[in-house]
Structure formats: C-alpha cells, structure tokens
Design a protein around this ligand. Structure first.
Ligand code: ACO
Length: 326
C-alpha cells in the first residue's frame, strides 16, 4: 500500500446551531444602572447590546435549544450522538454537569457526557477534546457546545465589568469521516495553552454570601490577550505550513472589538473576513465562537470548503486556536 492509498479519520462539522435568550440589555439600559454611556461602551468594546437569560432559564436550557438547531442542521437524530462536551463556566448546578442534564433533555443516555471549564477558551478546548476522541476512534458523532449565563456571575454595580457580558449558547455536531492521509479536511489542527500564574487578573472568587461575581483587571487582561493571540496565530499557521492568505475567515472569541481588530491586523485580514457578533451578543465567554460561527454559516458567508481560524483567550489564563476546513 502506498502512502497515497492510506486513509485517516478526520472530524468534520456536520451542522451548527445557536440560541440567544429573548431579553436584550442595551447600552442605554445600562446607563440607568451604572455611571456609563452608550458612547463609552461602544467605543471601548464595540458592544451595543447583549442577551440576558430569563428568571428560571439556565445554561442547560440555552444549550438544549442550540443543540436542537445543530442536530437539525446536521440532518441527524439525537440518538446518533455518542459524545457530549459542554464548555461552560456557569453551569446550572455545581454538579451534575450541564452535559449530563443536556443528555437527559435530548432523551439519550449511555455515552460519555461532561463539561469543560476553560472560561472564554472553553469552546476551543471542547472542540479539541472532541476532535481527539474522534481521531482516536472513541466517538463518531460528538455534540460540542459552548453555553453560558454570565449574567448570573455579573456585578451590575461594577461599571468596568457589567457592560461586557451576555448569555447564549452555540453548538456544533462534529462527525468522523475518512480522508486522504495528507489532506487538510475538517478540524486541521488545534492548539491549547494555559498559564495559571495569572489567576487573580480574571477570576470569580468565592464569597461568603454566595454572590460570586467576575473580577477583572481589564486593561492588563486586554494587553495579554492581544499579545498572546498574536503568538497563537503564528503557531497555528507554522504548524500547518500555511500562509495568512490561506485563511478565509477569522471566527474569534468576541471579547472586545479592539482585540479582534488587532488579531485581524496581525493576519493582514480585512474586517470583511472577520465574523463579528460582539456588537449584538457582548462577551458570551465559551459560547461566543460557536454563536459567531452559526451566524455566519446561516447567513451564507461561511461556505463548505472555507478555511476558518478560531482563536480565544480567557481566564486562567487559557488560550487556544482551531484551524478548520468547514
Ligand atoms: N463607563 C464609563 N467609564 C468607565 C467605564 C464605563 N462602563 N468602565 C470604566 N470606565 C473608566 C475607568 O474608571 C477609567 O477611568 P479613569 O481613567 O478616570 O480611572 C477609564 O474608564 C479607563 O478604564 P480602563 O479599565 O483602562 O478601560 P479600558 O480601555 O481598558 O476598557 C475594558 C475596559 C473594556 C474592560 C477592556 O480593558 C477590555 O476589554 N479588557 C479585556 C477583556 C477580555 O478580553 N477578557 C478576556 C476574556 S473574558 C474571560 O475569559 C471571562
């Protein structure tokens, strides 16, 4: 057998889905809560509005709606799913995981289901994990989700912080396929990193009253995010022997338009090739990348065969990227 005859397992995105809660919190609404302005928020972050989960609506509820949409888009039924990974920092309960709750809500049981907690990098971590399960032959059809209710850990009296966060969920169905050994199909490569030395720059410490909320040194995190994302772009391209021009779409974590613009500049990419949802969604942490992906797939910008670079940076610090042929 020649190497040309040899085949490998790859994981491909069979379908995407997303869900946003109905309630919208605009910058104007925030003006009534804290000393801020629509102009300050939009100029510093690119955010105009964000969605907020209703009372009694939890992360697993958002995840379920996103999952149903992805399952429908993939043209499968839930019983085909043999792995569920949910990236979240805001689970319904300390345990059990959102993934097992979601499994029950989907009416399936038996196969592995678990959560991953890597804050804003969570979806890239979850996708990399599912990709490795599939490539190892341990799963054939994974449901990979980023879902968050960050509004529940937001202090709405902290103006430097509460303007950022939103709630939502995004999902992909990742399926095993056969490809030529040297082809670059499906998930081409993933790159994950962490450095726990920065714990207190962005964290949610436990409070005695149970009102645990996000604390962030925004400016320091901003600078670290820009520099680190620069490096992960280089790492991802070098690992695949690819050029900046080989990337069709950047689907970044939606933390701040200024961070997104800096990464696009690093890639010599026009903003028309960058999927931006931060204006409408805010920072939905682990949900932001799959939400943005689903928006661009559904509006027809991202097409089959396009090469997508996903990248994220978040609490921990954690950071990572995924290069995918859609
Ligand atoms: N309205 C008006 N003024 C404000 C507001 C507000 N909402 N918030 C802060 N300010 C003021 C500050 O008090 C400060 O005033 P001063 O100069 O008189 O002291 C001034 O604006 C500047 O404050 P900075 O914090 O320096 O503002 P900056 O330009 O850094 O923007 C922001 C803040 C938006 C938080 C930005 O730093 C940021 O986006 N950081 C990165 C966030 C991120 O990427 N996080 C990682 C992923 S998230 C995750 O993993 C959970």
């Amino acid at each position: 057998m020649t190497t040309q005859d040899m085949r490998k397992i790859v994981s491909t995105i069979a379908g995407t889905g997303s869900y946003l809660p109905a309630k919208i919190l605009s910058n104007k609404d925030l003006e009534t809560l804290v000393d801020t302005t629509d102009e300050w928020i939009f100029t510093r972050t690119g955010i105009r509005e964000r969605h907020i989960a209703a009372d009694g609506e939890f992360t697993s509820d958002l995840a379920l709606e996103a999952a149903k949409n992805a399952i429908h888009a993939a043209g499968i039924t839930a019983d085909k799913i043999d792995l569920i990974i949910v990236a979240t920092t805001t689970p319904d309960k300390i345990f059990p995981s959102v993934a097992t709750m979601l499994q029950r809500k989907l009416g399936i049981a038996g196969y592995p289901a678990f959560d991953i907690q890597a804050v804003c990098s969570g979806f890239v971590y979850a996708l990399a994990t599912a990709d490795n399960f599939i490539k190892a032959g341990a799963a054939k059809c994974a449901l990979v989700i980023g879902a968050e209710t960050f509004s529940r850990i937001t202090d709405y009296s902290d103006r430097s912080n509460c303007i950022l966060w939103g709630d939502g969920a995004g999902a992909v169905i990742l399926c095993a396929a056969q490809a030529d050994m040297h082809s670059k199909e499906g998930v081409i490569s993933t790159h994950l990193h962490a450095d726990g030395n920065y714990e207190t720059m962005l964290h949610v410490p436990r409070k005695e009253n149970g009102q645990d909320t996000v604390l962030m040194e925004g400016n320091a995190v901003f600078k670290m995010a820009v520099n680190t994302l620069d490096q992960i772009v280089d790492e991802t391209l070098a690992a695949n022997g690819m050029q900046k021009s080989d990337i069709d779409w950047l689907v970044p974590h939606q933390a701040n338009i200024r961070i997104i613009t800096a990464t696009a500049k690093k890639l010599d990419m026009s903003m028309e090739k960058v999927i931006v949802t931060v204006d409408k969604h805010g920072n939905t942490s682990a949900a932001s990348i799959p939400l943005a992906l689903d928006v661009a797939v559904r509006d027809g910008r991202i097409k089959r065969g396009d090469v997508i670079l996903m990248e994220a940076f978040g609490g921990g610090f954690t950071w990572g990227s995924a290069l995918i042929r859609y």
